[in-house]
Design a binder for this molecule. Structure first.
Ligand SMILES: [Zn+2]
Length: 222
């Protein structure tokens, strides 16, 4: 039912006074209201609710994506794209991170549906390979700093950590642009302003990508 705005003001003054005197003081009412709000919030963050977040699941054979609607996550015929940025590994891996590879394969399958061709042209690199590439860049650009803009030093680069992929380098920047625009859906982001080909799994699928770094020298201070 709708009341005119003046409804409250039409009450006789004595009734308003009596009501006020019978109600608890404002501070007590505020405490009760706060307690009620806290109770409602607590009900919302009970463990059963907290873990029930949607998980993106990829079919193991065709890499089609499905949003899981159950708490236990993906089916046995599926793999999870992960629910967080792919963590940095303290131990040196021997291959590309499996979740990163899966995210790329799902993106690759989705791009193919739109006639876009994506391929990893460089993924995991051994430290020796990264050292070779960095030394080559030093000779080409003349100094450590200049080289580090294009090839991160071996201890800094995310390629030997299995956490970075170069896509379509050097020939197809237009197709790689598809991944730059759509990659966040699969947890993939372009990382450097000067490298259109370099992507990492630095977000949870569906998050927005962070602002790009100017070049790989930003990693020297991180
Ligand atoms: Zn790269």
């Amino acid at each position: 039912m709708l009341y005119p705005l003046s409804y409250g003001r039409k009450q006789p003054a004595n009734i308003i006074t009596r009501k006020t005197s019978q109600n608890p003081p404002d501070t007590l009412r505020n405490v009760k209201r706060s307690a009620l709000i806290l109770a409602l919030l607590a009900a919302h963050i009970s463990p059963a609710v907290a873990v029930d977040i949607p998980v993106l699941c990829a079919d193991k054979t065709n890499f089609e994506l499905r949003t899981s609607n159950v708490m236990k996550g993906c089916l046995e015929t599926e793999l999870s794209l992960g629910e967080a940025p792919i963590p940095y590994s303290l131990t040196a891996p021997k291959k590309l991170n499996e979740t990163l590879e899966l995210r790329f394969k799902v993106a690759q399958a989705a791009a193919k549906q739109e006639g876009i061709s994506l391929a990893i042209t460089s993924g995991y690199r051994t430290l020796n390979r990264q050292t070779f590439l960095f030394n080559q860049a030093k000779r080409k650009y003349g100094s450590f700093e200049a080289a580090a803009k294009w090839v991160a030093p071996p201890g800094i680069s995310h390629h030997p950590r299995g956490l970075a992929i170069d896509v379509n380098y050097p020939k197809s920047p237009n197709s790689a642009k598809w991944l730059e625009i759509n990659g966040y859906k699969y947890g993939l982001c372009r990382v450097f302003e000067n490298e259109w080909w370099h992507f990492e799994g630095n977000i949870a699928p569906g998050w927005k990508c962070p602002k790009m770094m100017k070049d790989a020298t930003a990693l020297l201070n991180s």
